[in-house]
Write a protein that binds this ligand. Structure first.
Ligand code: URA
Length: 204
């Protein structure tokens, strides 16, 4: 198993799918890989492609605000990535073959980071991670066991930014409160006794 740094170097050179042709750079992840919380979106947008970091545009600002307000964590205390690591042109959904080409990277990241809680943002990430065709409106409001973690599906921040009468934002707030509860229950909330890397390796 490569380290995260090795994996990131491999992703930077990746040409496994056509998205490599249109990218400025691959977008691996941001935040703390020892965090108990992994947030998974769909794919990089224009700003993410420019900066090489996920969720740095308007959606990312809203994500960071909700995590701070509802979970008490700052942006450096969570680990954020996407289903695909290169920007789909025109922000279209990634195609099945593009997702399949990028999945081994996500699988490796999940194994290396070992999150206790996974928050999926929007239909695309929630459906993929849960292996269902059900939409996030139906899926959200509970947590699901997934790869040894509790998976909490919620709306994509872009849905809240598009409007929705505040209902989407209220639902997202409730989902992040749920994610905090799951992190506490797993003893992986930052500052808690089971949270740090030392405590984690001692527990292995
Ligand atoms: N939307 C996503 O799904 N991912 C990003 O990184 C940015 C916007």
């Amino acid at each position: 198993m490569p380290t995260l740094a090795e994996l990131e170097r491999e992703v930077a050179r990746c040409t496994r799918c056509r998205l490599a042709q249109g990218r400025t750079q691959a977008v691996f992840a941001r935040g703390d890989p020892t965090s108990g919380l992994m947030v998974i979106g769909e794919g990089p947008g224009a700003e993410e492609d420019r900066q090489g970091l996920p969720f740095v545009g308007r959606s990312g600002q809203l994500l960071d605000r909700l995590v701070a307000e509802e979970m008490g964590l700052d942006r450096g205390q969570i680990y954020v990535t996407n289903i695909v690591r290169c920007r789909p042109p025109g922000n279209r959904d990634p195609s099945d073959d593009e997702v399949a080409a990028c999945t081994p990277y996500l699988e490796a990241m999940l194994e290396l980071v070992e999150p206790a809680v996974i928050v999926t943002l929007g239909n695309f990430a929630s459906r993929f991670m849960l292996g269902t065709t059900e939409g996030v409106t139906r899926l959200r409001g509970r947590e699901y066991p997934c790869r040894g973690a509790a998976l909490v599906p919620t709306f994509h921040p872009s849905a809240a930014l598009r409007g929705g009468g505040g209902e989407i934002l209220a639902a997202m707030r409730a989902d992040f409160v749920r994610a905090k509860r799951c992190l506490l229950a797993a003893d992986r909330y930052p500052g808690g006794p089971g949270a740090g890397p030392a405590a984690r390796s001692a527990a292995r």
